[in-house]
Every structure is written in C-alpha cells, then in structure tokens.
Ligand binder design. Structure first.
Ligand code: GAR
Length: 210
C-alpha cells in the first residue's frame, strides 16, 4: 500500500509529533512522516533529529521567506499532507490556498470556542467544566476550518492551567493520530471502509465526529 507522505510542522515541544511518529510505526498505518519542518530550535526539532527524520529549520525569517523555503522542500519530498503539531506561525492565505484541504491542525479547545492563544487561561476564567481539542482542516481564517475530530476532558475544581494542559495533551495523543488516519483514509483511500470501522471501536473513549 502506498503511504501518504506527511510533513510535520512544529515550533515547540514534541508530544503530538511523538504520538504521530509512534502511530506511523504501526504496520497498517496509511501515512508516514517524510519530513519535519520547524521555525525555531525547539524540543520537537531535537527529537526529529534524534529519530533520524529529514529535519529542516527555517528560523528568523519573514513569513514569505519561510513559506518559499518550505514550499521548496515540500515539493522536493513529494509531500501529500501537512500536519501542524504545535506550530505557532500563522500561514499566509496564498500558502493555505496552494495546499487547499491538505493542511491539518490541532487546536487546544473545542472549536469554535476559544480560538487563538491562551485557551487554558480562558477555560479557567469562564469556569468551564469540560474542555477539549479539535483537529481541523486549515483554511484562510485562524482556527476556523472544517472540523475533523474532537476530544473532550472534564475539569475538576482543583484543576489549574498546568493540570488541564497535561490532561488535554494526553487526549490529543489519541485524537490527532486517529484524526489524521481518518482524514487520510477518507481523502486518499476512499474505498477502504473496513479500516474506518476498526479505528472507531478502538478509540471509542474519544468523542469525535467526522
Ligand atoms: C498542543 O496542545 C496543540 O493543541 C497546541 O499546541 C500544543 C502542542 O503541544 N496547538 C496550538 O496551540 C495551535 N494553535 P506539543 O508540542 O507537545 O505537541
């Protein structure tokens, strides 16, 4: 089976990248991480190097230069799909248009609630009792593209920003790989309905829709 060539974009830690990487080691995973692109020196960059992934860093440059360099390596490596994993640059409309429906993002809230930054702070401020993450297709507006999958966690009175982030990331590590798989199967392997069923049962503790 041809695997879908994926590029991971990251800017910070590496936990979602690592969960996607681990998923790719599964025998029937329909996608593989071909390259990793970072806009700064960060934990994710270091991890990618240590895993011997093709790793690129385009730091301290204007968005236009970053995207030009990025487009070049995406083309060179024949990339099919981009997954943003804690990538903190906002991509230009031109870039998003060029990669129409081929960029996925994970955002730490149940969109359309709390787009943008500081989600944990807002969650505490509003006294939310549940919170979650969203995997969506990137469009030209920040955090507002079509939703692929969502997960939910409960918030207790004793929770703070740190404990919420910890719980949320744990759920993201299931959510993001399964969402990518679902999207890849739906988009690139339209006739493979059986694998969708298996995944749904395996991850039934996650609330999601696709
Ligand atoms: C994740 O929680 C993800 O939802 C969030 O960044 C974190 C990255 O964690 N994404 C955004 O805030 C995008 N706007 P990681 O580096 O440990 O994978």
């Amino acid at each position: 089976m041809k695997k879908i060539k994926t590029a991971i974009f990251l800017s910070g830690e590496e936990t979602n990248f690592k969960s996607i990487y681990d998923t790719c080691l599964e025998k029937n995973c329909p996608f593989e991480i071909e390259i990793v692109i970072s806009d700064r020196r960060c934990k994710g960059y270091d991890l990618s190097k240590s895993l011997n992934k093709k790793t690129y860093i385009f730091e301290n440059c204007e968005k236009i230069t970053f995207e030009k360099k990025t487009n070049m390596v995406l083309k060179q490596n024949q990339i099919d799909l981009i997954c943003l994993a804690g990538f903190m640059k906002i991509l230009s409309e031109d870039f998003v248009k060029k990669w129409n429906k081929k960029i996925l993002n994970i955002h730490p809230s149940i969109l359309p609630l709390f787009p943008g930054l500081n989600t944990y702070k807002k969650v505490i401020q509003y006294g939310m009792k549940i919170h979650g993450s969203t995997v969506h297709i990137v469009n030209s507006k920040v955090d507002s593209g079509p939703i692929i999958a969502q997960s939910a966690i409960t918030i207790d009175d004793l929770d703070n920003e740190i404990s919420i982030e910890k719980k949320l990331k744990k759920s993201e590590h299931y959510l993001y790989p399964i969402a990518i798989k679902k999207y890849v199967i739906k988009t690139f392997f339209k006739n493979n309905k059986n694998s969708l069923k298996i995944e749904k049962n395996k991850y039934s503790n996650i609330i999601y829709s696709i």
